[in-house]
Write a protein that binds this ligand. Sequence first.
Ligand code: TNX
Length: 756
Amino acid sequence: MRKIFYFFSFSLFALILITNSTLAQHSILFPQPQYFVPNANSFEHGSVLTLPESPETKTILKVFAPQFLSMYGIELKQGTEPNVRFYTGVSQKRGFHKITVNEKGIEIDYNDFEGLNYAMQTLLQLTNRLNVTGGYIEDYPAFNYRGVHLDCARHFFTVSEVKSFLDEMARMKFNTFHWHLTDDQGWRIEIKKYPKLTSVGGWRDSTLIGHFSKTPVEYDHVKYGGFYTQEEAKEIVAYAKERGIEVIPEIEMPGHAMAALAAYPELGCTGKNLGVSGTWGVFDDVFCTKDETLNFLKDVLAEVAEIFPSKTIHVGGDETPKVRWEVCEKCQAQIKKHNLHNEHELQSFVITEMDKFLQSKGKVLMGWDEILEGGLAENAQVMSWRGTEGGIAAAKAKHNVVMTPTSYCYFDYYQSGSAGEPLAIGGYLPLEKVYDFDPVPEELTPEEQKYILGGQANLWTEYLGTMEAVQYHAFPRLVAMSEVLWTKKENRVSYNEFVVGLNDFVFPYFDKKGITYSRAAFEPKVNWVHYAEFQGVRLEIDYPLEEARVGFERNREFELNEVVGLFEPVVYIQPTETDQLQAYDAVVYIDDKLAGKTTVKVHSHLALGIELDFETPPSGKYNIHDDLGLTDGVVGSKPWKGNQWLGFENDTVKFAIDFNTGFGKKRKISTISLGTLDDPGSWIYRPKQVWIEYSTNGKKWTKVEAKLEGDHFVFSKKLNIRYLRFTVVNNEFIPSGFPGAGFTPWTFLDELIITR
Ligand code: TNX
């Protein structure tokens, strides 16, 4: 039975009874309202919905009439005998609204335009061709900042594409569009005083093909670009406003400036023209900090402040290498003149200058969390992306914060581990994880929590060249993000209930509108279960839809373990002495039709299913099978997709094996092989050395160094042992000139294969 309800017969008794269960089950509405009591007294609209004359009705009609018409053939109009009645002034809460639907009609109580707009969005979802679902709703957003970011610099999206993107944001009740307008690969907003920013900086000669980390690099040699005129930008701002969305523009500085420097090379430290970048990453050439460049930036911000009415202006501030500044006379002169101690304080000086300038224009600055380094400017608001630490520090210092940590909010990451996924930047962010996001860190006191304005999903577009690609990465993860930002975590329904509703109500809507989306959440999820007594692994299937029939089938491409039948609910894989690859398809049938398939390939070997003892625990961000991660039989995929591998942020990693399991105490082995990854573009570096110690009794140990062979550290010798200890020695810092220079690199390991 599905855990969804559609209608309840209405009585006061029922009302009392269902108040709580209403919250516990997903309604037909996305995002789910704070309070919803459906009833059977729906309103038959007769294909006409009439709104009263009110100051807001004109905007409402403009936005909603085409939607009611195209979706349900309903005429939405204004008239003197409305069947949709408006009442105002119900509450103090921003965006608050009430909706009552019964056989007599519809009542909407609202307080501000936001509330009315949300009520209309809800009404749209309550409606079908015949009627409007009866019920009572009280609703308001949990967070005032509910953002979506779109990078229109790496790839350019037309005005109409941006508008249709805004339509979907509005449907999910997001209220902020963070518009990333400038970067190394393109300057996309017309600035009248500096026309070359768009005529030169808006175009690159060529674009990288494939992943950034692929060698040799390959380019398409096709000129690419575009920009928005100020008129077009204003048109977008107005379009968004009608849908209850504010546009916050981002002008990147002092880093990510290659496009601007291509237009005006004199704004850099070297004066060299390096062109608009056709590849991705972080570049050493950034804006110089001399007064001439600062004045240019202020001129740009002055025009931007005129185009965009938002109180907040985003100035980037992220990923600014300091190498040019270190040897630039003018930058060093600024350090002296303003009594600064180093280049970090110089970056802070630049941001502070912009902070003061924006204040003089009645605006407030926002920047990525790097603006904390070297001291936070007086009024600055912080967007926390490298985890939540920056946001926590800023909130403690009484600065406003928007939470957008990569691990929950970077929608350019993979959403499925499936081999067929389109190329993405890396990382792994499945729908379930987005749904688990809580923008408010536990570390903050209730007083400090007030500085967390909300959260934001980011769509960086290095690898998203078309609107379809953007949509595929956005949907349905944006639906989950809208839930996260609309309702506090404690009131959310379970993830399974959420996806059931997604399947029943949201996907049909996407289908109808021709929106591209991912069905990754409906690929069967295979869980690894591990029994200390047996060694080996047991695979089980987890699937959210109860009407589905799930099981494992043979994958015909691979040699199979004979114990597996045609449709098994679980599969056991035992350790073997040689490295044996086995493959199974976890399949799901709905109404006897194949509805999803996940292929799992498991390497069986002597260490399969042995729990390791990690002296250095792997990062919780990536580890999927806990202490079994290195010995789960799943060899980490290349290119890295953010899952399967075990990630470490330490310069030394230590772990140990005790072979004492149900299969005996000691093992005869001859080869130990540890897989590693090297992907500098994602801050991932191969370890420098791997040391192995082995012992029969745990007292006398022999230490050897494994040799690098391809991607694996390998040691071969015939042994009969019980214990192994590993010491993996990593790079301490990312070398200069590479993304993340100066930071500790990531080390990714998988799999530890031991054979006889
Ligand atoms: C980091 S997030 C960046 C962007 C990239 C993104 C890719 C941030 C402030 N900087 O320039 O597009 O990673 O995930």
